[in-house]
Design a protein around this ligand. Structure first.
Ligand SMILES: [Zn+2]
Ligand SMILES: [Zn+2]
Length: 335
């Protein structure tokens, strides 16, 4: 079984991760790799490495236990529902379960959907774009909580956002590149998701038991969850000096938190990259030296495997960073 991440060439991977899995990659959704020489070369290399022409492409997220996969889809739809509702869109209903649908003329299937009453509504671009990517961004956060935010899984998240990205492509103005549109939407969505995470997970939990919620029910859950949160201690909004050491003003603190969040994204991406490279090295060493029983060779292969997605090392680092950032975020939410 091969995963998409193993088959996609470096160019396709880079485009998908920065611009989203949009319309121009529709053939890849349908496992048609014939249009890219780079991807085809990777498939041929895999055939050689595994020594069989009978390679099967694994469905994205198939590695995840069924119960978790359902929760993953619930979190995706809950994020659309909560971020959209926050932006003032009127939610008709949010559904969990397989849907065949059409987005701007492209047929696709998804693990759920949200329906909105947009009639006569004028919507701010920022709000709308953040709503579009909210499902994917919440999925990344949910994966990170479990130590599952890996390179290969990021590709799976992008695959699941195919329909969302088509919406963004259709709404983006011509003056903005897709990469810029994604970057800006991701930043806004991440900030809103960070604030609303308890609400998003609460809606997702309800979706898991009921599979369908209407707009009123979602708003009720959000309010109830809010009410149960501890009241924040009051924080001075001006610079205070205590015993000679200066405390930063609230804007300064918030800027530092935002910077932490952005830099952390880079750490995650770097860790995912380490996993990918280590996996490639381990695979390559195994193909060329795997027959050798020399202990140095076996140890080297094992070490690189440990750094790859098969191992635990990088996931542990990931969880370490994630836990630290969550603490800081919770602190930030109380400001
Ligand atoms: Zn390619
Ligand atoms: Zn979505």
């Amino acid at each position: 079984m091969l995963r998409y991440a193993e088959v996609l060439c470096a160019d396709c991977t880079a485009s998908i991760l920065s611009e989203g899995w949009g319309k121009r990659f529709e053939h890849l959704v349908n496992a048609d790799f014939s249009r890219c020489g780079g991807c085809l070369a990777r498939i041929h290399a895999a055939v050689e490495q595994y020594g069989t022409p009978k390679l099967v492409l694994e469905q994205p997220l198939k590695w995840m236990p069924e119960k978790d996969r359902r929760e993953y889809f619930a979190v995706h739809e809950a994020a659309h529902a909560v971020v959209g509702t926050d932006a003032g869109f009127v939610l008709d209903e949010v559904l969990l379960g397989h849907q065949d649908t059409s987005v701007h003329g492209t047929s696709l299937s998804s693990g759920g959907m949200t329906r909105w009453d947009m009639e006569g509504k004028r919507v701010a671009t920022d709000d709308y774009h953040a709503y579009i990517v909210a499902g994917m961004r919440a999925n990344l956060r949910w994966l990170a909580e479990r130590g599952w935010d890996t390179h290969a899984n990021r590709i799976d998240v992008a695959y699941g956002g195919f329909g969302d990205v088509i919406n963004l492509e259709n709404d983006r103005g011509r003056r903005v590149s897709m990469r810029e549109a994604m970057d800006s939407a991701n930043r806004t969505a991440d900030a809103r998701i960070a604030q609303r995470w308890p609400h998003i997970t609460a809606v997702a939990q309800q979706l898991l038991t009921r599979s369908r919620l209407n707009g009123t029910e979602v708003r009720r859950i959000v309010t109830a969850t809010q009410a149960s949160r501890p009241t924040a201690p009051s924080t001075p909004t001006t610079t205070t000096h205590t015993g000679g050491s200066a405390m930063a003003g609230i804007e300064e603190i918030q800027a530092a938190l935002a910077n932490t969040k952005t830099k952390t994204e880079q750490i995650y991406a770097a860790l995912a990259q380490v996993q990918q490279w280590a996996g490639e090295i381990a695979g390559h060493l195994y193909t060329t030296l795997g027959q050798s029983q020399q202990s140095e060779v076996l140890q080297a292969i094992a070490a690189f495997r440990d750094l790859s997605e098969e191992g635990q090392r990088v996931s542990e680092l990931h969880q370490l960073v994630y836990a630290a950032v969550s603490e800081i975020e919770q602190y930030g939410n109380r400001l």
